[in-house]
Design a protein around this ligand. Structure first.
Ligand code: FES
Length: 382
């Protein structure tokens, strides 16, 4: 299940390498005329419902000024979960695909100087960023692009063209006797502020871990990561808990063997999803009350006060063990509830204990121990 609101046609599909395919998507009306697509910014992604039924998120890598096309690059992962293979193998030019509107969890923030780092298919948002940065006249930008070989390098000709070559280092480890690229000379200088120098990095977890370790002396706000590889929904602190679905007050037990997203679906509550690994932002729901253990890599600290990614996040076992509900469960959250009726009238104990559906629906201000009160986004938040 995913947020698939837009029907688009595959206007072009071509191989960039043996395993990476570019798709150009557009909407066409009955008269055959192009229809404008929702606008997007550099760094945005869309979620695509694949013919096989899975949903996958892909960065848009064309110029945001083009209001009639979305261009994505899909790496066919033979050992993946089938989504990318279905998209590559089971589609042809002219086919219709259903996609979400663009969402941006990796926006390009302003700076005077940039270091861009990509590995593999992580080049897709980074390539768009490079072009956008150069387009506004900033020339102090360096892209480091790690790939296995020339043959496996998407956009190789473009990025090594003399027009861009001075800004780009393409590094094939195999050609350097297996010696990894040395990022230290490029990250030693953190700049005077985030507005002075920023890093944007998209690639596998190992690369991101390396860059995080090398940039401990940077301001966290100046180092940005995009990760579609995902995080685990389960961990040492996983415990069973109860979710209260605010609109109905339905109480849903979530076992240690399932995610909150799974449990909601079991009860026929539809929540859109894509990566199901805490990285794309598609499954976001409202956190109305209760202490949550956030495991996603999408929400920032402020957003975590109000939202939750149910594909990986759940009730905070540490808080449950301590028998506490956090400050948000004591009443200050009433104003955040999605409906006016949610300004609660009952105590936390009442909400945790005997709440029938109607009672719980009207009491979004408090969660009992071992309980999260959650609900859907409203129309403006989607
Ligand atoms: S489905 Fe992607 S963050 Fe939950």
């Amino acid at each position: 299940m995913t947020t698939t609101r837009l029907a688009v046609r595959i206007l072009d599909k071509r191989a960039l390498t043996a395993s990476v395919f570019s798709f150009t998507l557009g909407a066409i009306d009955e008269a055959g005329a192009d229809v404008a697509l929702p606008a997007f910014d550099v760094g945005a992604h869309i979620t695509v419902a694949t013919p096989g039924g899975a949903s996958r998120s892909y960065s848009l890598n064309n110029d945001p000024a083009d209001r009639f096309r979305y261009v994505i690059a899909v790496r066919r992962a033979p050992d993946g979960r089938g989504g990318s293979a279905s998209l590559v193998d089971d589609t042809a030019v002219g086919d219709t695909l259903f996609i979400s509107e663009p969402r941006n969890t990796f926006p390009l923030h302003a700076a005077s100087r940039y270091l861009l780092i990509a590995a593999g298919i992580g080049i897709t948002p980074i390539r768009a960023m490079l072009r956008s940065i150069l387009a506004v006249g900033i020339s102090d930008v360096h892209l480091v692009y790690l790939t296995r070989s020339v043959e496996e390098t998407a956009f190789y000709d473009e990025l090594t063209d003399p027009a861009l070559a001075e800004f780009v280092t393409v590094y094939h480890r195999a050609e350097h006797n297996g010696v990894p690229f040395d990022f230290w000379p490029l990250v030693a200088d953190p700049g005077e502020s985030a507005a002075d120098r920023r890093i944007f990095c998209c690639g596998p977890e190992a690369l991101q871990d390396e860059i995080r370790a090398l940039t401990m002396h940077w301001r966290p706000s100046a180092v940005h990561f995009e990760d579609f590889n995902g995080v685990s929904a389960f961990g040492e602190l996983t415990s069973p808990f109860t979710a209260v679905w605010h609109p109905s007050g339905q109480r849903i037990a979530v076992s240690t063997q399932e995610t909150l997203l799974d449990a909601l679906r079991r009860e026929n509550i539809e929540v859109p999803s894509s990566c199901e690994s805490g990285t794309c932002g598609t499954c976001r729901i409202r956190l109305i009350a209760g202490a949550a253990l956030h495991r996603d890599v999408v929400l920032d600290a402020d957003e975590r006060e109000h939202y939750l990614m149910p594909c990986v996040s759940r009730a905070d076992a540490a808080s449950v063990d301590a028998g506490t509900a956090d400050a948000r469960s004591t009443g200050e959250r009433a104003g955040d509830a999605p409906t006016g009726e949610a300004a609660g009238h009952a105590s936390g104990a009442e909400a945790a204990g005997d709440a029938s559906g109607a009672e719980a629906a009207g009491d979004a201000s408090a969660a009992g121990a071992n309980e999260l009160i959650v609900g859907p986004l409203d129309a403006q938040e989607r």
